[in-house]
Write a protein that binds this ligand. Structure first.
Ligand SMILES: [Fe+2]
Ligand SMILES: [Fe+2]
Length: 372
């Protein structure tokens, strides 16, 4: 396929990093290229996380998270804004866990490009080979156009998520502003969800992409609340039966909003978009079938919704709400423990309990509405 064909393929969403890698390997001088990967940068926490990888989960750096400040060579690269070639990763062993892990898995040389949007760092694109000195000037000139395509794939994937988030933010802002489903609740619950997903990644074979999309989509779980009147949403006391039924309708309203957005924005091709749908539609289902609106149970409930449910409820319990004071973490953890196997997926609860220290860190960082 021609280069233009490749680019059209990316724009149409049919070429991903794995396929691009396959095509590059078909070019004789580049056939020994062993890995293409993207890490995304979270400026809020100065964290770098692996995101997409051409080796399909056999990657030594799956579920890898590092503080960018702890990897001086990447900090320098981001500042310079240009590419970097490392002829032998042995020279970089002291630099980071990142380089050590690559070396342990037989990677010897690397070519790294920062992904920038204007002055803002979005992440890094990595190419690796098993031989030292692989990235010669000749090979780099052959690789360069493909590197641009890989960059395009990465940026488009990130842009698609941003577009959805921007659309939802707009929906929120044009609706009345109020309520607990603002800022810090969403910041915290999406991060709790990510902790749980990280904990389940090994046993459930979850990819970094899954973990990242879960994190990015879960703040949209209650988008349907824009259609619920303030008199119910902000009522400082228990809801009566008709009010509760109206409140429950936020799930169906949310599903309709998401479906409409996907249609209007032509987002059906966005990767993992089914996760967004599942989180919105099933985050009030319970493990034992007692939830709403469908009464699904166990594995019938998509994993992302089971994770979001634990993260959402934990944050609701530990926050002040119009109808209640914040619980302590110990009380909220005890509640999760009591409810595992009934309300919640026991594996999700267990994963959350394992990360209590990080939960506190998240609470300290996004502290606006809790325990006050
Ligand atoms: Fe909800
Ligand atoms: Fe929520």
């Amino acid at each position: 396929m021609s280069l233009k064909g490749e680019i059209d393929g990316v724009m149409d969403g049919v070429v991903n990093l794995v396929e691009l890698h396959d095509r590059i390997k078909g070019i004789a001088p580049l056939s020994a290229l062993t890995r293409i990967a993207v890490a995304v940068y979270d400026p809020e926490r100065d964290m770098l996380r692996t995101f997409i990888d051409s080796t399909m989960g056999e990657c030594p750096l799956s579920h890898y998270v590092a503080r960018l400040g702890d990897v001086p060579s990447l900090v320098a690269l981001a500042r310079a804004g240009g590419p970097r070639v490392v002829d032998d990763l042995k020279d970089y062993v002291g630099d980071s866990e990142h380089s050590r892990k690559l070396l342990d898995h037989g990677y010897r040389s690397s070519y790294t490009l920062p992904l920038m949007q204007g002055d803002a760092l979005q992440g890094f694109l990595f190419f690796n080979a098993a031989t030292p000195g692989f990235f010669t000037p000749e090979r780099l000139s052959q690789l360069w156009p493909y590197a641009q395509i890989a960059r395009l794939i990465a940026v488009l994937e990130l842009d698609k998520i941003r577009l959805i988030q921007a659309a939802v933010k707009t929906v929120r802002q044009i609706s009345y502003h109020r309520d607990e489903e603002t800022g810090s609740h969403l910041e915290r619950m999406s991060r709790y969800g990510r902790l749980i997903a990280e904990g389940l990644a090994e046993p459930y074979r979850l990819s970094d992409e899954y973990v990242e999309f879960l994190y990015r989509f879960s703040p949209l779980h209650d988008v349907g609340k824009v259609a619920i009147p303030d008199s119910i949403l902000l009522k400082p006391g228990p809801l009566d039966a008709p009010e509760y039924a109206l409140m429950q309708a936020h799930v169906d309203k949310g599903r309709q909003i998401i479906d409409m957005m996907l249609k209007e924005f032509g987002m059906g091709q966005v990767p993992h978009i089914d996760m967004l749908h599942n989180i919105v539609a099933y985050h009030h289902e319970c493990w034992d079938g007692s939830g709403y609106p469908y009464g699904l149970s166990g594995d019938q409930i998509p994993l992302e919704a089971r994770i979001a449910a634990v993260a959402d409820v934990f944050d609701a319990l530990t926050s002040n709400r119009p109808y209640k004071k914040a619980w302590s973490n110990a009380e909220a953890f005890a509640y999760l423990r009591d409810m595992r196997g009934s309300k919640f997926d026991p594996a999700c609860v267990e994963a959350m309990l394992q990360r209590a220290a990080e939960v506190e860190e998240i609470q300290a960082h996004f502290a606006e509405t809790i325990h006050d």
